[in-house]
Ligand binder design. Structure first.
Ligand code: NAD
Length: 256
């Protein structure tokens, strides 16, 4: 198990990769806070799944792009942890919530640009800021980026730029928090089957191309990413910080 007695916060955990990470950390023994933006029913279903498997979780709302909502989220978290553990501190923060805008530079509007930066950059920044005084020394921050941070895709430039910003944030934060024994790492999924890219995956030709470019011969599942997150959340990664871990099955290693 490995995470008994630990508390984890996973943003954007009502579906997709965040859901899979929440389920996995709970299976490993952590009490998990399932953050969601608006779909309370889906978040509650994740809590239900955790509880049915004998774990412990609860759900709390916040749009991570709103500093005000993030503030209220942490006040609610304090109250919940006080009630459950008599201690407001937690151990693992997974900055997972993210959105993609698949638009070329030429037609990206200011609104779309601001939307993707608010969720993907401002979100993790201010969530982490609020988390810092509450994180236990020896804790973990896992920032979910993307393989596209290093391999920009012209069709989604604003998105790719947000993920490059996250990679940068990871390194600076790792330096800032190192003396507290808190590790900070980037987890970069490659193409992974979730609702985020459902329209893309409806095109069998594209899936075939991506699978062919991947050393392991297929696109990822959310569970593939959750296993890598479990490593970064565990004691086994205690000497790993400021690093970029790509979980993509070797996407791009095979020439198209
Ligand atoms: P998804 O759309 O299935 O899930 C994203 C979750 O984040 C949803 O639950 C959504 O409600 C939540 N969310 C979005 N905006 C939010 C906000 N402002 N506040 C709180 N929650 C918010 O997508 P996913 O594929 O599971 O993506 C998870 C993370 O993985 C994202 O950061 C994404 O950029 C990254 N990623 C995904 C892929 C992929 O191929 N699926 C590849 C690389 C990186």
């Amino acid at each position: 198990m490995g995470l008994e007695g630990k508390v984890a916060v996973v943003t954007g955990a009502s579906r997709g990769i965040g859901r899979a990470i929440a389920l996995r950390l709970a299976r490993d023994g952590a009490l998990v806070c399932v953050n969601y933006r608006s779909n309370a029913e889906a978040a509650q279903a994740v809590v239900g799944e955790v509880e049915a498997a004998g774990g412990e979780a609860f759900a709390l709302p916040a749009d991570v792009g709103s500093v005000e909502q993030v503030g209220r989220f942490f006040e609610a978290l304090d109250a919940e942890l006080d009630a459950r553990r008599g201690d407001r501190r937690f151990d693992i923060l997974v900055n997972n919530a993210g959105i993609a805008e698949i638009i070329p530079v030429s037609t990206t509007t200011e609104k779309a640009f601001d939307r993707v930066f608010a969720t993907n950059v401002k979100g993790p920044f201010f969530v982490t800021q609020q988390a810092l005084p509450r994180l236990r020394d020896g804790g973990r921050v896992i920032n979910v980026s993307s393989n596209l941070s290093r391999n920009p895709m012209p069709m989604a430039m604003a998105y790719c730029m947000t993920k490059a910003a996250i990679d940068n944030f990871t390194v600076g934060l790792a330096i800032e928090l190192g003396r507290r024994g808190i590790t900070v790492n980037t987890l970069a999924p490659g193409l992974t089957a979730t609702d985020l890219n459902a329209p893309m995956r409806d095109d069998p030709k594209l899936v075939e191309i991506y699978s062919a470019m991947t050393a392991l011969g297929r696109i990822g599942e959310a569970g593939d990413i959750a296993r890598a997150a479990a490593f970064l959340a565990s004691d086994d990664s205690a000497w790993v910080t400021g690093q970029y871990l790509e979980a993509s099955g070797g996407l791009g290693l095979v020439a198209p």
